[in-house]
Design a protein around this ligand. Structure first.
Ligand code: NAP
Length: 241
């Protein structure tokens, strides 16, 4: 079976490392990348499509186009937001007084709705003989492991994403039984998303995007559709939902 990978949110720190690794991997045949930005195609097997995933009609148009061409063995959604670049419009809440409807809506729009819309349409473009859909969740989205508090909107949007994946996995078992769904926690990775929060992270716990890409590909290789959905971390360990 040919290996065809779709990377969504392709301009991001982790996504860029994934794309490099996929382009370098001789066992991967095609790499399609999707982003709001123009992203360089750095190998002959990479094809980039510029679209805005927050607009569902653009996802639908892309999927309608793709389903005539080929189906993917791995779809990886790297979209996510934790803070805005100005550090003011959007920043994780420290206490309940910091919560706002606008901020919640933005977290959910990017962290939950975007991957949900891809999961909705992806059923038409997954390789039916075996495929994986990986969405970037986070450990802070675990309800049972929340011992620290704070970050209301980000946590809630990732917990909601986990629930979308759990629910979709039930439907995929019927409509595309050989598709595995994965909620993935990459650890703390040195990208723009984590920059303002790296001060308290031990150096050995701050992962490079390249290491993260390698770990993700290792841990999503041979998953069992019967066990889908998975909620796993960078070390391949299960996280409690
Ligand atoms: N870095 C970490 O420490 C860490 C830890 C736990 C979980 N994660 C998760 O891992 C994923 C990748 O994170 P990263 O570190 O690579 O982050 P990043 O470099 O900031 O990239 C995030 C991507 O999300 C998309 N995005 C951001 N804001 C958006 C908006 N307003 N509308 C639509 N799309 C938007 C962008 O895609 P475009 O290419 O379309 O612009 C961007 O490339 C995220 O889901 C994040 O929550 C990261």
């Amino acid at each position: 079976m040919q290996s065809k990978v779709l990377v969504i949110g392709a301009s991001g720190g982790i996504a860029q490392a994934l794309i490099k690794q996929l382009n370098d991997d001789t066992s991967v045949d095609d790499v399609v990348t999707v982003s709001r930005q123009a992203v360089a195609e750095t190998s002959s097997k990479q094809r980039h499509v510029q679209l805005d995933s927050t607009d569902e009609s653009q996802i639908k148009a892309f999927v309608n186009e793709q389903k005539r061409q080929f189906h993917f063995t791995h779809i990886i959604c790297c979209t996510g937001i934790l803070h805005s670049s100005d550090g003011k419009t959007l920043k994780p809440e420290k206490r309940s007084e910091d919560m706002s409807g606008e901020q919640f809506a933005e977290y959910f729009r990017v962290n939950t709705v975007v991957p949900a819309m891809w999961i909705k349409h992806a059923v038409h473009i997954v390789e039916k003989d075996g495929a994986t859909i990986t969405v970037f969740s986070a450990r802070v989205g675990s309800i049972s492991e929340n011992g620290l508090g704070g970050w209301y909107g980000y946590r809630a949007s990732k917990a909601a994403l986990n629930m979308v994946v759990k629910t979709a996995a039930i439907e995929y078992k019927r409509r595309s039984p050989k598709t595995v769904l994965v909620c993935y926690h990459p650890g703390t990775v040195d990208t723009e998303l984590s920059k303002p929060f790296q001060a308290n992270v031990k150096p050995e716990k701050l992962f490079t995007p390249a290491f993260t890409a390698q770990q993700l590909m290792n841990h999503t290789q041979a998953l069992d559709p019967e066990q889908s959905p998975y909620y796993i971390d960078w070390d391949g360990q299960k996280i409690n939902w």
